[in-house]
Write a protein that binds this ligand. Structure first.
Ligand code: AMP
Length: 278
């Protein structure tokens, strides 16, 4: 496994990799969710490249950029074991040299949900992913359903900017009790970790209501709110029952829908989602 930092090294080394090349962008502090993307890429592609970059432009001023967990030696060992061929660990200076002033923005899809709560977040994500795509030049790129809106936004950007890259969205990997794996779970203390299952419990309750025939979107949002409000350590930021493709809030669930939410457990902000009608 080759590890590179600069663009020059990256270009030299990716030129030698067999095609199709699969690419997995990450912010590091890897867990089984990330590794599932690498393993999928390994199965589907001749070579696998992974990036580790905690992208400052996708963090808001009051977010956790400074304390975002990092452990590069551990990440590299996990990636080597998962069969990655190349890991790119650019510095912020490599990604954003002095004078940087060019941004990629996806419009309507970034307005609701995460975009509404985290102004500028998706501008940072789409800009860095466009730069990563240009630098790595993969044939396939792998993202997690865990970040459902991000996956939708990246798909849109890829289409709109004519990147010749297939976007593959992989299922959310969960802990045995249902908590979606996330690098941010490490912020939770033991009591908060137990309370954090409330996202999975709320989504499961709404899915059960849907399976019993409930199609009123506000009723489904109400089921999720009630479960979250019953958890003393949880503070709801939003719940949503939206059209899967447009992410617009629904009145009734008829086609494919996305149930999603953001919840604070103490100071830690967690997100999760389920797809209905898939
Ligand atoms: P991050 O390091 O949080 O930026 O995540 C890198 C990639 O891993 C993104 O495409 C995420 O959606 C994906 N990912 C994160 N957590 C999970 C999970 N629990 N299951 C599947 N994919 C995940």
């Amino acid at each position: 496994m080759i590890v590179v930092v600069t663009l020059e090294e990256l270009r030299r080394e990716t030129a030698r990799l067999a095609r199709p090349l699969g690419f997995v962008p990450t912010m590091g502090y890897l867990h089984a969710g990330h590794i599932s993307l690498v393993e999928r890429a390994r199965r589907e592609c001749a070579s696998v490249a992974v990036s580790i970059f905690v992208n400052p432009t996708q963090f808001g001023p009051n977010e956790d950029l400074d304390k975002y967990p990092r452990d590069l030696p551990r990440d590299l060992a996990l990636l080597e074991a998962a069969g990655a061929d190349l890991v790119w660990t650019p510095t912020p200076e490599v990604m954003y040299p002095p004078g940087f002033q060019t941004w990629v923005t996806v419009e309507k899809l970034t307005a609701p949900l995460e975009g509404a709560q985290r102004p500028g977040h998706f501008r940072g994500v789409t800009t860095v992913v466009a730069k990563l795509f240009n630098a790595v030049g993969p044939q396939k790129a792998y993202f997690g359903q865990k970040d459902a809106q991000q996956a939708a936004v990246i798909r849109r950007m890829t289409k709109d900017l004519d990147f010749p890259i297939e976007i593959v969205v992989c299922p959310t990997v969960r802990e045995p009790d249902g908590l979606a794996m996330s690098s941010r779970n490490t912020y939770l203390n033991a009591e908060e970790r137990k309370a954090a299952t409330v996202l999975f419990r709320a989504l499961s309750a709404a899915k059960e209501a849907y399976e019993r025939g409930e199609r009123d979107a506000e009723a489904l949002r109400g089921v999720m709110r009630a479960v979250i409000q019953a958890e003393p350590l949880a503070r709801l930021q939003y719940v949503s029952c939206a059209d899967y493709d447009t992410l617009e809030e629904l009145d009734r669930v008829e086609g494919k829908a996305l149930l999603s939410m953001a919840v604070f457990i103490g100071k830690t902000r967690l997100i999760d989602n389920f797809v209905l009608g898939a």
